[in-house]
Write a protein that binds this ligand. Structure first.
Ligand code: HEC
Length: 221
């Protein structure tokens, strides 16, 4: 007697579910795991982009943050009492810088000038004397003979130093004031400091004019 129909093994295959068939096929095909479901490293160019951004931001803050000082960010903040808002350069430091850059060639480091050519600034009555003369002769320069400490000088002119027409140096008022304050303080000289306002006042009064001669200066007090 043949096997009953419901026991035929060939019917087993037909009886398997769709899912089990799919799973069996996946296994046979050796299908790879789902790539999209896995974490991937971000692309390298993004790394460069953000590193660049952080570097730029750091440099920017370093340069422009003003140390996050309230005086930088809040215009209503008052500076702590006793502190000047603008740091002022010591006129003697600024003055020495101008002297070493310009005047030293003729009047020398020791302020004694060169006999027969450049008059001395040390113990000169022109340096310690009238403010108005001193400012004018340096801002506008001087020509012709002049007497300094009883000695006549006529070999060369004193160049035009200030910010005026035909100036060889175009020195700003604060620098002129500083260099005059400096020469009044060096080599045993004594004399009141010259202020920027004094120099500015002389310039606005005299305008653009030619260098002085001794007689014109002696008329001033
Ligand atoms: C190119 C040379 C030269 C330079 C640079 C020069 N001077 Fe003179 N200075 C002279 C001469 C020359 C005289 C005399 C002018 C005359 O005889 O008319 C003089 C006169 C003076 C005087 C009046 C006379 C005295 O000895 O007291 C003063 C003050 C003075 N110079 C200051 C300065 C200062 C400050 C500077 C720099 C900012 C300067 N000079 C740069 C050549 C120079």
């Amino acid at each position: 007697m043949s096997t009953p129909l419901h026991q035929d093994p060939r019917l087993d295959q037909a009886a398997s579910t769709d899912e089990s068939l799919l799973a069996a096929h996946d296994k046979l095909l050796g299908k790879q795991p789902d790539e999209k479901g896995r974490y991937k490293l971000p692309p390298l160019h993004l790394l460069f982009f953000f590193s660049g951004l952080i570097f730029f931001a750091g440099t920017y803050l370093n340069r422009y943050s003003g140390m996050f000082d309230p005086r930088v960010y809040n215009e209503n903040t008052l500076p702590p009492s006793g502190e000047t808002v603008v740091a002022k350069l010591d006129p003697l430091v600024l003055g020495k810088k101008q002297y070493d850059a310009i005047c030293i060639t003729c009047h020398q480091a020791n302020g004694l000038g060169l006999p027969g050519a450049f008059p001395p600034l040390a113990a000169s009555e022109w340096v310690s004397g009238s403010d108005d003369r001193l400012i004018r002769l340096v801002v506008y320069g001087m020509t012709g003979p002049m007497t300094v400490k009883g000695v006549l000088y006529s070999a060369a002119p004193m160049p035009t130093i200030g910010k005026v027409a035909n100036s060889q140096y175009n020195l700003s008022d604060d620098k002129v004031a500083a260099v005059l304050t400096y020469i009044r303080h060096e080599w045993g000289n004594t004399g009141a400091p010259i202020t920027t306002d004094q120099v500015a006042a002389v310039r606005s009064k005299e305008g653009d004019r030619k260098p002085y001669v001794e007689a014109e200066l002696l008329k001033l007090n």
